[in-house]
Design a protein. Sequence first.
Length: 257
Amino acid sequence: MNELSAWAAAVTRLGKRELGLVATLFCVAALLLAFGLLAGEVMEGDTMAFDTRVARFFRPLGAAGPIGPAWVHEMARDVTSLGSMVVLCFLLAATVGYLLLVRRRGTALLVVGSMLGGTVISFGLKLLFNRPRPDIPGGIQVFTASFPSSHAMLSAVTFLTLGAIMTRVAAGARLKAYFMGLAVFLTVVVGLSRVYIGVHYATDVLAGWCVGSAWAVLCWIVALRLQRRGQVEASGAAGEPDRTAHADSKLSVRTLR
């Protein structure tokens, strides 16, 4: 009877995992489909009216700068720097250093791969679409292509990846929700700041969010798969063994008997 209950629990757990994987892959496919549709509309020029309306909402025609007082302008420039390559590289280095200190070398390697892969994809897409930046008098001069927004995309990759890491080591649903909510919030405000200061169209940012989120989720799926195979350190508090994995191994031994 005990063996039957153990097998039933194992099958139920496997079913939940596979269902979660299918749902996650569906979300990734939806994000990539949204990006593809958006890119097609952008290349045909069908989004220009929408982009212009959003740009004029933040910076009315003839205005010397975006709406709001001077302190809001300064705050937007500070917020947008959170998605810069320099800041994200500092965050990456700090995260990797921490993971190495707690002996999670496999996870550190995956984090580096996630960031490097996202950077390559971002610049590759910019070269492919080569969309000009918004032509705003008195705006900030940026010389790279506009679509998709690298700040929006790499913020999604970095912050969502870090948020996912924290949910794996945090204890309790509230902390997990807090870390993921913070990651989403930072991703959103960085993207909005790019439109506010006039260096991106709204569709550039939407596209960056779609691709960046899809890439971050794909990388985390790979991390979970490798973790279950024992090729990446298991979840749990830093430096502590994973109790779930330990329970699974005990279950396997019990069923073999």
